[in-house]
Design a protein around this ligand. Structure first.
Ligand code: ADP
Length: 341
């Protein structure tokens, strides 16, 4: 992998986060959580529930606590072990506010305004274009850099933010002293993933596109209904035809949860113009149910024990705070803000 390291910086730190803006879905799982679980044995991992990020678009905090508990529970249900990683809530790490402030001085209005996610959010919600929304990439960079993390398991939608985090790290290192390694997006299969929506447009998402998104909390019948309603076309018209985007999407989903021979069968049927989309969707629905059901059941059991979740959150905050405090010492030294010395 081609990235710049800082002498003395730890080489195996991983950081990533998920916003508590709704139920987790297949995109979160395949874009992020699947990698979290694989990384937990080999790396020092910091995984957080990004509650501060959610405030940029979801200022109503009445359901926030329950959403945070759900994100924690679903992460654990997917295989994350809180004894192996620091699983914490972003707002519990108070050092974040300080580093965010310093990095904001190194981020320029022009580049922040050009960020694709900022433009999308302005379009979706023109009456709440707050400064936090504009500086979202700075906060995200802070979350990563505060642990001097080098690897960031995220989906394809986060590529641009990661690029910005590298820019802020490099600017800090150049202006002051080298403190931050360059963080890289990370996926074991090397290609970053985007899990498409069932409507053939956009991606699965917590807050938008809900009928086209499969949630880890969806009941069997809901999964069946959503998959059977997925958009298709009138079928291939010639051998080895090119797949329309909505058909390609169904195959992408099939590849995520079905056995190879099942995928090959439907590929063959498509290429020989014998495919029946009804059969494809039925198979996809059943395989999805087999995939999601154990996660849903396990998450519900974990959610029922709130005392345990609070304990996990507290332990995670303690681990993450130690790491953040260590980084902030280096940051203040580098910036010569150590006036008592
Ligand atoms: P959402 O967009 O659903 O609100 P977040 O912004 O909280 O999700 O992102 C949490 C993680 O899930 C990030 O690493 C992001 O890249 C990943 N992710 C979200 N949606 C998808 C998707 N449809 N495909 C792949 N990864 C995704």
């Amino acid at each position: 992998m081609d990235f710049k390291n800082i002498p003395g910086a730890p080489e195996n730190i991983v950081m990533s986060g998920i916003r508590p803006t709704g139920f987790l879905h297949l995109g979160n799982y395949f874009g992020a959580m699947r990698n979290y679980v694989k990384m937990q044995d080999e790396f020092t991992c910091f995984f957080m529930v990004a509650d501060l990020h959610s405030l940029t678009t979801h200022p109503d905090t009445s359901g926030l606590k329950q959403n945070i508990y759900r994100v924690l529970a679903e992460n654990i249900a997917c295989g994350l072990d809180p004894a192996k990683v620091a699983l914490y809530c972003q707002s519990h790490i108070h050092e974040t506010a300080e580093l965010y402030l310093y990095l904001n001085m190194l981020a320029y209005k022009g580049e922040l305004e050009k960020t694709a996610t900022f433009k999308d959010k302005v379009r979706l919600n023109p009456e709440n274009v707050n400064a936090g929304l504009l500086t979202y990439p700075v906060l995200m960079a802070t979350d990563i850099l505060i642990h001097r993390a080098m690897f960031v398991p995220v989906g394809k939608d986060q590529e641009q933010h990661l690029e910005m985090a590298r820019n802020f790290a490099n600017r800090f290192n150049t202006r002051y002293e080298p403190v931050f390694p360059e963080p890289q997006a990370f996926n074991f299969n090397s290609e970053l993933i985007k899990v498409p929506g069932l409507d053939g447009a956009g991606k699965m998402s917590k807050s938008e596109n809900q009928m086209a998104t499969l949630y880890l909390a969806d009941e069997d019948e809901v999964i069946r209904k959503k998959v059977m309603r997925a958009k298709t076309d009138s079928g291939p018209t010639k051998k080895n035809d090119v797949k329309a985007p909505e058909i390609e999407n169904l195959f992408t989903l099939l590849k995520l949860v079905s056995k190879t021979d099942v995928v090959e069968k439907f590929e063959h049927d498509f290429n020989t113009c014998t495919i029946r989309y009804g059969d494809l969707k039925k198979q996809l629905a059943e395989d999805m149910i087999q995939f999601i059901r154990p996660i849903r059941q396990s998450a519900n059991a974990i959610l029922a024990d709130e005392d345990n979740l609070r304990k996990i959150m507290k332990q995670g905050a303690e681990k993450a705070t130690i790491s953040a405090m260590n980084t902030m010492k280096l940051v203040r030294e580098a910036m010569k803000l150590n006036y008592f010395k």
